[in-house]
Design a protein around this ligand. Structure first.
Ligand code: SAM
Length: 266
């Protein structure tokens, strides 16, 4: 398989990620954990943990010693380790997980499947490290429609630069529809596959608060914004602000994701 769109854009400081898409992470993590049916006493793996939004929620429910996490981004792994002492956090990719068969009750991947180099191999690995009857679960943004921040961002970018179409995450991200994500789970051989929508929200102090992390080049959207010469970047900023209809007052944005769950066959 070729390189996925944008995986390299997460080799940035964790704080930049926190202020961009990371704002939605904790609420999304709670929904993912609920859908996967985790209970105290279970052992769980967070694949593609980033700076640790889902890891943190797993620790709150299960305790640090019951949680492990991996991510290929060194700065994100370092941040996750720093933030969550006691959690086993390693630099690794979904496609080659450094764990034994059936090591966990559940394996979860939040906003990661679409960035994997080889998603079928990644899902096979999530399955391999999960005990029979355990849950393999993932969340992927609805990039094409109701992830408001990213949808408005790419709409603004396309209005000014039609050649950005191949970078629009609503077009280039795999598995960002319920059907495609469900097929990935079913084809992997998981049982009782279910895909459901979840809507989360994040708050911003003002438009600057939303815009600043984009200038830091984090995630595919930030990488695109940071790549523009200053005049075009300022035009994009103005267009995004206009399309969001926000300004100097606090506001909230909603974001829809798809959550897929399935059980490892006995
Ligand atoms: C959008 S971030 C999500 C981070 C975190 N799960 C969260 O919800 O905040 C995508 C993450 O996937 C990681 N990633 C990219 N390719 C990966 C792969 N092949 N296996 C595992 N993680 C990967 C990135 O380094 C990044 O941390």
């Amino acid at each position: 398989m070729g390189d996925p769109p944008g995986a390299a854009t997460f080799r940035t400081p964790a704080e930049a990620y926190d202020r961009h898409v990371g704002r939605y992470g904790r609420e999304l993590a709670r929904a993912l954990i609920g859908a996967a049916g985790l209970r105290p006493g279970h052992r769980a793996l967070d694949v593609g943990c980033g700076p640790g939004a889902l890891t943190n929620e797993l620790v709150d429910l299960l305790g640090a010693e019951q949680v492990a996490a991996v991510d290929p981004s060194v700065p994100f792994v370092e941040a996750c380790r720093r933030r969550l002492p006691g959690v086993h956090v390693e630099v690794a990719s979904a496609e080659t997980l450094p764990f034994e068969d059936s090591a966990f009750d559940h394996a979860l991947a939040q906003l990661v499947v679409n960035f994997m180099t080889d998603p079928p191999a990644g899902v096979r690995e999530l399955q391999r490290v999960t005990r029979s009857g355990g849950t393999v679960a993932a969340a992927v943004w609805d990039y094409a429609e109701e992830m408001t921040l990213l949808r408005r961002f790419w709409d603004a970018a396309l209005a000014l630069d039609p050649s950005a179409a191949d970078r629009d995450e609503g077009r280039c991200m795999p598995f960002c529809t319920a059907e495609e994500l469900g097929d990935l789970w079913s084809t992997a051989g998981l049982a009782e596959v279910r895909v459901r929508p979840v809507v989360v929200a994040a708050g911003y102090d003002d438009f600057e608060d939303l815009w600043q992390p984009l200038e830091l080049g984090v995630a595919p959207s930030g990488a695109y914004a940071a790549s523009l010469p200053s005049e075009r970047r300022m035009a994009l900023k103005a267009e995004l602000r206009r399309r969001l209809g926000v300004g100097d007052e606090p506001f909230r944005l909603r974001a829809r994701a798809w959550i897929a769950t399935g059980h490892v066959r006995k």
